[in-house]
Design a binder for this molecule. Sequence first.
Ligand code: PEP
Ligand code: MN
Length: 355
Amino acid sequence: MVIVMAPEVTQGDIDSVVDLVRAAGGEAFVSRGVSRTIIGLVGDVDHFGALNLRSRSGVSDVIRVSVPYKLVSREHHSERSVISVAGVPIGPSTTTLIAGPCSVETPEQTLAAALMARQAGACLLRGGAFKPRSSPYAFQGLGEAGLKILAEVRAEVGLPIVTEVVDPASVDLVCAHADMLQVGTRNMQNFALLQAVGSAGKPVMLKRGMNATIEEWLMAAEYIAQRGNLDIVLCERGIRTFETATRNTLDISAVPIAQRLSHLPVIVDPSHSGGRRDLVLPLTRAAIAVGADGVIIDVHPEPAKALCDGDQALADDDIRELAEVMQSMPAMLGRTLALPPQPQAAAGPLTPASL
Ligand code: PEP
Ligand code: MN
């Protein structure tokens, strides 16, 4: 941390900052320039925070040199991490496709979407049972009944489940069925929820808040890590900008930036970022090309009838093209497509009617 003193600073101001820092267990090194004096601090930055240095007499600015997050930073762990979700890797040498319906609606719809996901090359099934909707009048999800449908479809199709948890009170219930917990954009700074999923013992996918900076996103991940859970995957899902042509603006630079700052895997949600079916494949290609460790994509057997986010769901007709992207692009980046935990043949021939 560096303290920049004001041009009119007095020797008394400088001495009092140095004394405060030393009393807090740190060391302070004073450098006098022609017009400015700066004081370099060495020690635990978190202790210096309580000193309110910015408001001290003669202080013009306080500049933090080290990052405020620790456990999730590459300073803590220089190698990029691989997270295992029920045996499925998410990390730097693979590309992981997570696909499924935005919401679980019926057993038939969920199974049909899971079959589409598997055909596209997915190794994890997404699907919301608890839906954090902007409108209280919109479909809120099936809750526990939706989790049970997901568990039945997992048994049929062999894809582990990623599903959202929206409050601390339902963490245990969601954990009883899910292989990975999703924290959505609207809950990225729900600190009680972050702490609860940090203690839950399951991998967590943390979506970036639509209004959050990359640093705020990493601080949210730090809340989870601080509870002892480092099995975290970051998901860039688009941010709010002035642009109205898309639902959100996919911040593609956030992928390499977050990967440089944090050892955690970073995936992209091309569905919720663009909010438009016609953008899902182009944004998927962009995500893989920029080095994302995976993508999470909405698919639906009948998008026009979807109870949530039908406009952005890939339909049956789009699955072949998604499969081609997933088969061809990872290798160009020196990666392999992550595989489901069991051979697909073992799941046997399936139809929606078999549920
Ligand atoms: C979702 O993935 O279903 C979802 C609600 O995403 P987000 O939190 O990114 O809006
Ligand atoms: Mn959705």
